[in-house]
Design a protein around this ligand. Structure first.
Ligand code: SF4
Length: 417
């Protein structure tokens, strides 16, 4: 059976799962399943536990190793599960020696079940060169940063991933080059708090400078995409690159979280609703067709109906295209979990209304795209994505190709051509 990796959560986990597979196989693990968990919501943790029980039923002899953010934030809970053979920390999962130790521990009965080191003590990023993505998808993720120095009151991520640390620029450029040589047409830069890239590196290079270095030193790279960013921390170089380089995709996903200034303060966010609106306007002056996505939480503690209405209004004021709506989920140990909570039914209802506002916004963008010619990266025999990350129904094209296609309409979710 070899090693199987099951990935939950974000693009960062997707990248790390490629490293886990290589290191676990390299250490000689066999007949093993690694669950790379997510801790962002209670639901994500519950899904990982369900998956573990299901896999144990289906593969009674496999060794089950649990890692990822939920393993880092609640190691004892996973260790207490009889289905689990080993719990590995979020930094440990990236280290070859930890996998050798895991191999040894799995072979010796009664060995300590969990090896979870103090994530707050981690200060550097072990460089990893992933030769290619198992998924075979034309899009590959490159981790450039990990951890976060902020402490937003609702967020458990810093406790799962530690403080911010960056991958050296040269290592990133080499990684991008090797993935392009392996045939990946699109590279997505990923991290936890991408805009804090470089604060721990000599000369403190920013995300914009890194982006320009990649575009300059990897001329064969067709498409570069930036994953989620904090709009208030975007630097001048990044704006220049957005304005000046066609290979940098005109699509930005913003970590907005709410549209009301009092709620943003109680979240300990660093921007105001006005900042968010002005940022989108500024980018559109530089690159008018830019598409924006955003993360918004519905039902944050103390949020009133008026405050929620301002989150809904932000969808139109920023002209967002993609909305990721998170029903508020109290995470153990976070300050927001101790604040007066909004009742569960109201949270659900608000999430539903916010998603509906998102659907209207997406529909508006799909209408506007009809008749345009877009550069579509073919992902599979039936689907591609435009430079704005809008899905397109395609046929008869090979994955990895970038084709100029005329949009003839849409089905409410995907463009047609
Ligand atoms: S910036 Fe805030 S929301 Fe984002 S990872 Fe850091 S603490 Fe969490």
């Amino acid at each position: 059976m070899g090693v199987e990796v099951v990935t939950f959560g974000c693009r960062l986990n997707a990248y790390e799962s490629e490293v886990i597979l290589r290191e676990a196989e390299g250490a000689g693990l066999d007949d093993a399943i690694v669950i790379n968990t997510c801790a962002v919501t209670n639901e994500a943790v519950a899904q990982a536990r369900q998956m573990i029980r299901k896999l144990r039923r289906e593969k009674p002899n496999a060794r089950i190793v649990v890692t990822g953010c939920a393993a880092q934030t609640e190691p004892a809970n996973f260790s207490a599960m009889p289905e689990v053979d080993r719990v590995l920390g979020n930094d440990d999962k990236m280290r070859p020696d930890a996998w050798r130790e895991t191999r040894r521990a799995l072979d010796v009965a009664g060995t300590e079940k969990f090896a979870v080191s103090d994530i707050m003590a981690v200060t550097d990023m072990a460089p990893h060169l992933v030769p290619g993505f198992q998924s075979g998808l034309p899009r590959a993720f490159v981790q450039v940063q990990n951890g976060c120095d902020h402490r937003c009151t609702f967020c458990i991520i810093p406790y799962g991933r530690g403080n911010s640390r960056s991958v050296a620029m040269g290592v990133v450029v080499d990684q991008v080059r090797s993935l392009v040589e392996a045939g990946h047409a699109e590279i997505v830069l990923t991290g936890v708090d991408l805009t804090s890239y470089g604060t721990d590196l000599p000369g403190a290079p920013k995300l914009g400078f890194l982006t320009k270095q990649i575009l300059r030193h990897v001329p064969d790279l067709k498409r570069l995409r930036i994953s989620s960013i904090d709009s208030v921390e975007v630097d001048r170089d990044l704006l220049d690159a957005i304005a000046g380089d066609e290979r940098l995709m005109p699509h930005l996903h913003l970590s907005l979280q709410a549209g009301d200034d009092i709620v943003l303060k109680r979240m300990k966010r660093r921007h105001s609703r006005r900042d968010a609106i002005e940022f989108c306007e500024q980018v559109r002056r530089l690159r008018p067709d830019t598409a924006f996505g955003a993360d918004i939480i519905a039902g944050f503690p103390t949020e009133t109906e008026e405050m929620f209405a301002r989150s809904c209004a932000l969808v139109d004021e920023c002209d967002l295209t993609f909305l990721h709506v998170f029903p508020y989920s109290p995470r153990p140990g976070t300050p927001a979990a101790k604040m007066p909570q909004v009742d569960g039914r109201t949270i659900k209802d608000r999430a539903k209304r916010l998603r509906a506002a998102g659907d209207v916004a997406l529909h508006r963008r799909l209408d506007a795209e009809t008749g345009s010619v877009r550069q579509v990266l073919i992902e599979s025999a039936t689907q591609g994505r435009t430079e704005h990350f809008i899905p397109v129904a395609v046929s008869g094209a090979a994955p990895g190709e970038v084709r100029a296609l005329k949009m003839t309409g849409h089905d409410g979710a995907r463009l047609l051509c």
